[in-house]
Ligand binder design. Structure first.
Ligand SMILES: [Zn+2]
Length: 213
């Protein structure tokens, strides 16, 4: 027995994002509002690919200063020290806090990088109308979205945990410019994941063309 599924959009049906009302939309309707609550209606998130790319490129650009510039300045009786995220990780590793070094490395270097790569992969696959493993790609999207929800933890991970370990009554710790760039990377990748429309994966995989509006 085979199951048949048809995209709602193909039948001209769409759900209101705000109130959940199922509405029939004319196939060429560019301007439509929900008859119940007045919110804008569209079959797919408008310009999802272009918006996701824009946010992602901005994240990639800021990923560079986030890793190259100092993330924190420490000064104590023994002198001043400036650390990038990576030199902080190395410092933690050398001083024996291996688990913390791994945690900071994973949360602040590996996860943002993987998140960016995953979104680039999803975008390219949709843009080139790939039919490869839509279920796997949907799973990748869910992971990226799930990680995004916990991403604000990253900032606390570097600022608080590193500061705690290096804390010393006579030391002063100040956040460097990389902390700001890093925060922007986290927010931008989060918005990029939100701008992407995972239904596009299925539109191409099942060989249909759905208008964005
Ligand atoms: Zn509505």
């Amino acid at each position: 027995m085979t199951t048949r599924h048809i995209a709602a959009a193909r039948c001209g049906l769409t759900l209101c994002h705000d109130c959940g009302l199922l509405t029939r939309l004319a196939p060429l309707a560019h301007e439509a509002n929900c008859p119940r609550c007045g919110a804008r209606l569209h079959f797919r998130k408008p310009a999802a690919i272009a918006r996701t790319w824009a946010l992602l490129i901005a994240a990639v650009v800021l990923y560079i200063p986030a890793n190259v510039l100092p993330v924190m300045y420490t000064s104590s009786l023994f002198g001043a020290q400036r650390d990038t995220i990576l030199s902080g990780v190395v410092y933690l590793w050398i001083s024996g806090s291996w688990s913390l070094a791994i945690l900071v490395f994973v949360a602040s270097i590996a996860v943002p990088m993987l998140k960016i790569l995953a979104l680039v992969f999803l975008l390219l696959s949709v843009q080139f109308h790939s039919t490869w493993q839509p279920k796997q790609r949907a799973k990748i999207y869910r992971v990226v979205e799930f990680v995004g929800r916990w991403s604000m933890l990253d900032i606390y991970v570097i600022t608080i945990l590193v500061a705690l370990v290096q804390f010393d009554a006579l030391a002063t710790i100040k956040a460097g410019p990389a902390a700001l760039a890093f925060g922007a990377v986290v927010v931008l990748t989060m918005f990029a994941a939100m701008a992407f429309d995972p239904r596009l994966i299925w539109d191409t995989a099942e060989g249909r063309h759905v208008q964005a509006s």
